[in-house]
Design a protein around this ligand. Structure first.
Ligand code: FES
Ligand SMILES: [Fe+2]
Length: 274
């Protein structure tokens, strides 16, 4: 399936009276691969941009773009369509198009230039500047949030992490007084916390798209990623929501107490070498 809008990659395919109300230019500190990934990723809208999007539910998505419902009654929707180096997002209310926003992308080494043009219907000349400023403020915030996510993902994709399979954290008593701490083992990163008197380790890196679980609150033994809202059981690693996801937190090492010291160890490696 593809876009509902006919001639979706043409400008103003419904021959509306569109007004260009503002344009926005920015150099994004993420490469073009990260930016396209972000454009096609509708799932982050209600979570990462939670203050801007009240309701988002997927209708369809594919290489062509995506379409999401904007209200529970499914009378309003947004459709985003990609076309080579540009994409267009249109809003509809009761199937009537209300806006058309074109974004043009230019790769610049590890950065990406964006040029955005905001077109809307039914704009009185005296309201143009005011509405334009609202769009500009909104897009500034959306791109701030997107840029931070893309930069953090790029860092996680390219950083080198400790590959050791065992770590001695020293005296149990001293360790408990400096929790929580972050440790790296077997190319993964874990947060060590004390939960109900028990030491617990869970991944700081979300298995979905490498989002940061490090600062997320633990609630009922689960942790929710701030990027797309996937929720994981920190004891089993299982993805609790969305239930159909096959994502799983990486297996943490076993926490052992030996001679008063806390040791983190992947037993299979230990058994294989001892
Ligand atoms: S990166 Fe997508 S939910 Fe964590
Ligand atoms: Fe975004």
């Amino acid at each position: 399936m593809t876009a509902l809008q006919e001639n979706s990659t043409a400008f103003n395919p419904n021959n509306l009276e569109l007004t260009l109300i503002a344009s926005y230019d920015r150099l994004i500190r993420a490469n073009i691969t990260r930016v396209w990934e972000n454009v096609l990723d509708w799932e982050h809208l209600p979570q990462l941009h939670g203050t801007s999007f009240g309701y988002v539910s997927l209708d369809e998505a594919g290489d062509w773009g995506w379409r999401t419902w904007s209200n529970p009654g499914r009378t309003a929707h947004i459709e985003l369509c990609v076309d080579k180096t540009q994409y267009v997002a249109r809003s509809y209310d009761a199937n009537k198009q209300t806006s058309e926003i074109w974004t043009y992308l230019t790769p610049e080494d590890e950065q990406t230039g964006i040029h955005v043009e905001f077109h809307a219907t039914n704009i009185k000349p005296e309201a143009k500047d005011k509405v334009g400023k609202i769009y500009l403020r909104l897009y500034e915030q959306l791109w701030d949030e997107d840029e931070a996510m893309m930069m953090a993902r790029q860092l996680r994709l390219t950083e080198s992490r400790n590959k050791d399979t065992e770590l001695n954290l020293g005296s149990s008593e001293q360790l408990r007084s400096r929790l929580p701490i972050t440790v790296q083992l077997k190319n993964s990163e874990f947060r060590l916390i004390e939960l109900n008197g028990k030491l617990v380790l869970y991944s700081t890196i979300c298995p979905h798209r490498l989002g940061p679980l490090i600062d997320a609150d633990i609630c009922d033994n689960s942790v929710t990623c701030p990027w797309h809202g996937y929720c994981f059981d920190i004891n089993t690693g299982k993805c609790l929501s969305p239930a159909e996801s096959s994502c799983k937190l990486p297996e943490p090492p076993t926490i052992l107490e030996e001679s008063g010291n806390i040791i983190l160890r992947y037993q299979e490696f230990f058994n294989a070498t001892s």
